[in-house]
Ligand binder design. Structure first.
Ligand SMILES: [Zn+2]
Length: 110
């Protein structure tokens, strides 16, 4: 990534530790955590030694709650697939049963 101030190539790295970016006048819990996933993996950030600036792109689903929400979404998606498969199987069995019953009936009985 090029520095947005001087245009030079920036050094790539991570900010280690569980830091948070907090907007002026807001409480710390409202801040954006600068780590992703349950293990708090730090995202890549870029440093320009000439301007002494660090650019840190905020990852999607940043922080603990983001990771939990992602896990929940994946799990509910899996459950949905299983449920659909089960329903399809059940209606298929019903259909077969119906056919069988119809076939075994004496036509004069109707
Ligand atoms: Zn620069």
């Amino acid at each position: 990534m090029d520095c947005p101030l001087c245009g030079k190539e920036m050094k790539e790295g991570v900010i280690s530790g569980g830091f948070k970016w907090v907007e002026d006048g807001r409480d710390a819990w409202e801040g954006i955590p600068l780590s992703t996933g349950l293990l708090g993996r730090a995202p890549k950030s870029f440093y320009c030694p000439d301007c002494r600036q660090i650019v840190l792109p905020v990852p999607e689903n940043a922080g603990f709650m983001g990771a939990v929400q992602q896990k929940i979404d994946t799990a509910s998606e899996k459950i949905g697939t299983v449920q659909r498969r089960w329903e399809a199987q059940r209606s298929q069995t019903k259909e077969q049963k119906k056919k069988k019953e119809f076939g075994s009936k004496d036509p004069w009985e109707l």
